[in-house]
Design a protein around this ligand. Sequence first.
Ligand code: PGA
Length: 268
Amino acid sequence: MSRRPILAGNWKLNKGTPDEAATLAAEVVAAVAGTTHADVVLCVPYTVLSTVVATTDDSVVAVGAQDAFWKESGAYTGQVSPGMLKAVGVHYVILGHSETRGRYGVAEPDFTDVVLAHFGESDETVNRKTKAVLAQGLVPIVCIGETLSEREQGITDSVIDTQVRGALVGIDADAVSGLVLAYEPVWAIGTGKTCDAAEADRVCGVVRAAVAAFAGDDAATAVRIQYGGSMKPDNAAELLGMPNIDGGLIGGASLKAGDFAAIVAAAK
Ligand code: PGA
């Protein structure tokens, strides 16, 4: 079975005002026009979801959010629910990104930011969010990945296995098939260090094996697994050519339409 590639830009805390978001989204729409070989997604700040939905209307680009809460309503100040996201035209939601798990690959310029940015995400909150996003018919992009210290301790595979299983608790095999999982080695995020393509493929194989053990072979064959972490035009083709890598979650390089489009083209 051949899986359809999915390339998602993660703008993080960038381009969150309407003018700059509309400009970049319009550039991306133009740069990826005519793409038929892959799904193309822009995951943008909440403030510009509606702007980017409008800008990408009638294009191949779909819109994603970067997080969502697991409750639909109530006394949860500051939270945004999957139903709210759906209502403004969102189709994908990144969940469990290492930056919301408080697992950073780089020391921030001000270390206080790292400590304060620990939003208390855990495998359990990721699981709750994944179920809530699925319940609205949206597609979760669930991030997993090991830190440098976990890699050096030789526990990468068990960390990945635990995170994948933790995210999937209580989700049936059909729903698992439709998920996107993003393998993002934390030490490769925003650092310019890319995981070697063969190793990235090997760990994506570990992710797929964890899905198979949890939800069966059909779900493992269908589920799409992205690589993320310093994916760029010059390394994308090699990474995306690997059998277990079905796309990319792209941070820095998604802020330039030309670079992002080059990565989308590399998935052909
Ligand atoms: P990066 O970010 O491409 O800037 O390394 C990827 C991500 O965090 O999703």
